[in-house]
Design a protein. Structure first.
Length: 126
């Protein structure tokens, strides 16, 4: 399903899940390992207009994680759930420069959520 819509200057291409062929587009491929409670790597750099293909791998045992990425102004650009032992592919093209925080907000009962446990990172777009 295509979630992406180019709505205007301040809007962005949202993510599209699924294995779209990115060959020939100059995409940057980034593999992110999700564990309890880290993203590896957690510091990323990209360029405006350059497509990114994320491969998200949840290597935790029995712990679901998600990958939430927000624009510099706080707009949610990506929201992807990845179950324990699963992986997901996300395509994303940044349209705004600046810091894009990403994190996991999964939470079990009354425990702190995963972001509070340290499960966050930064995509810097320039
Ligand atoms: Cu998590």
């Amino acid at each position: 399903m295509l979630n992406g819509l180019l709505l205007g200057q301040e809007d962005v291409w949202a993510d599209e899940t699924g294995g779209t062929d990115m060959s020939g587009t100059g995409a940057q491929f980034i593999t992110i390992t999700m564990e309890s409670y880290t993203f590896t790597p957690h510091t990323l750099i990209a360029e405006v207009g350059q497509p990114i293909e994320f491969l998200l791998k949840n290597e935790s045992f029995l712990v679901p994680h998600n990958f939430l990425l927000d624009s510099p102004d706080g707009t949610r650009l990506i929201e992807a759930n990845v179950d324990s032992g699963e992986q997901a592919t996300i395509q994303f093209t940044p349209t705004q420069s600046g810091p894009h925080v990403f994190y996991c907000n999964k939470q079990l009962l009354f425990f702190p959520d995963h972001r509070e446990e340290g499960m966050e990172g930064m995509l810097t777009v320039r």
